[in-house]
Design a protein around this ligand. Structure first.
Ligand code: SAM
Ligand SMILES: CC(C)=CCC/C(C)=C/CC/C(C)=C/C(=O)O
Length: 297
């Protein structure tokens, strides 16, 4: 995913979900009493979700770091949103082997919306999120797809010889929890494995309705990794084939262009987890936070 401007203008479902989840969890997050919270966002993309919904929650003296594996996304977000010292964007692969020293153990909060389904090494990514948080404690709020019909459409398109050369590695782009019979349990286990003792994981069954073919095509264009690999004059044919498959999966409502809708039933993982204070040189580090946890005590 590198097309920042396309994504910025066709991310309704991602914005809708992030806003809802942040409204719900804003008061559960453990804000510091001194107002100097440092927050890192993983997979910030073009940056509008971060700036519109996350930033307003941070106290005025808070520090915000948006990160993304894509340098194009980071460039776009920096250009549009990096107007003051307390907000910056930088490249980070959350699945990396070793975190950069300047980020490790520096944050009170980590957030991530619609990113972790792109990361096959989910355990490595969660380990990194744990290590981004300060040793004296912190929390994270994560939301990503466990499953989505787009993955089934991709698999069918790969069987078409017109598209198969561009889609050999389709499995790399399918959520690591798409095939799980119990994604909530699997993700809870991973959180435990990396050290998050306190956590709350929910799988939410959602349906998003795309109004009209153009809206669906634009949303697919904004996130589909295979289009970037093929000549531009094939894009519309690929999207037409995509729509034909969606129709064959009975996800269409209405026949005419004016009232045609496409239904996308998907499962969203919503997880909130806390890192508890670590012992340093046998001294127990007290948390700096003021709020009491709601729901996960
Ligand atoms: C669908 S966008 C979500 C953007 C934003 N969080 C939002 O809610 O609109 C997913 C982003 O995750 C990024 N991404 C994918 N794999 C990543 C990784 N391993 N580390 C960091 N970012 C990654 C992509 O480049 C893309 O910008
Ligand atoms: C009906 C149907 C197949 C809809 C798919 C809609 C769509 C564009 C899903 C994208 C899911 C995804 C990987 C989003 C993201 O990472 O932002």
């Amino acid at each position: 995913m590198n097309q920042a401007s396309l994504y910025q203008h066709a991310n309704q479902v991602q914005r809708h979900d992030a806003k809802l989840i942040l409204d719900e969890f804003a008061s559960t997050m453990q804000w510091r009493s001194d107002g100097e919270d440092a927050l890192l966002d993983v997979g910030s993309g073009s940056g509008n979700v971060l700036m519109d919904f996350v930033k307003p929650l941070l106290p005025i003296r808070g520090q915000l770091v948006g990160t993304d594996i894509s340098s194009q996304m980071v460039h776009y977000a920096s250009k549009h949103y990096q107007r003051e010292e307390r907000t910056r964007f930088q490249v980070l692969d959350i699945g990396c082997e070793r975190l950069p020293d300047e980020l490790s153990g520096r944050f009170d909060h980590v957030t991530s919306f619609y990113c972790l389904h792109w990361v096959q090494n989910l355990k490595g990514a969660l380990g990194n999120i744990y290590n981004l948080l300060k040793p004296e404690g912190g929390d994270c709020l994560l939301a990503f797809l466990a499953s989505n019909p787009v993955y089934e459409v991709y698999k069918i398109l790969r069987t078409n010889e017109k598209w198969s050369t561009y889609m050999q590695d389709v499995e790399r782009f399918i959520s690591p929890l798409h095939y799980s019979s119990n994604p909530g349990e699997e993700f809870s286990q991973l959180l435990n494995d990396v050290g998050f003792v306190q956590h709350n994981v929910e799988i939410r069954n959602e349906v998003f309705v795309y109004e009209g073919v153009r809206t669906l095509k634009d949303n697919v264009k904004a996130i589909c990794p295979f289009l970037e690999r093929m000549p531009a004059d094939l894009h519309e044919q690929f999207l037409d084939d995509f729509i034909d498959i969606v129709i064959s999966m009975n996800l269409q409502q209405g026949e005419n262009n004016e009232d045609q809708k496409f239904l996308s039933p998907y499962k969203l993982v919503v997880a909130y987890a806390r890192k508890t204070p670590e012992f340093v040189n046998n001294v127990f580090l007290e948390p700096l936070h003021q709020n009491l946890v709601k729901g996960i005590n």
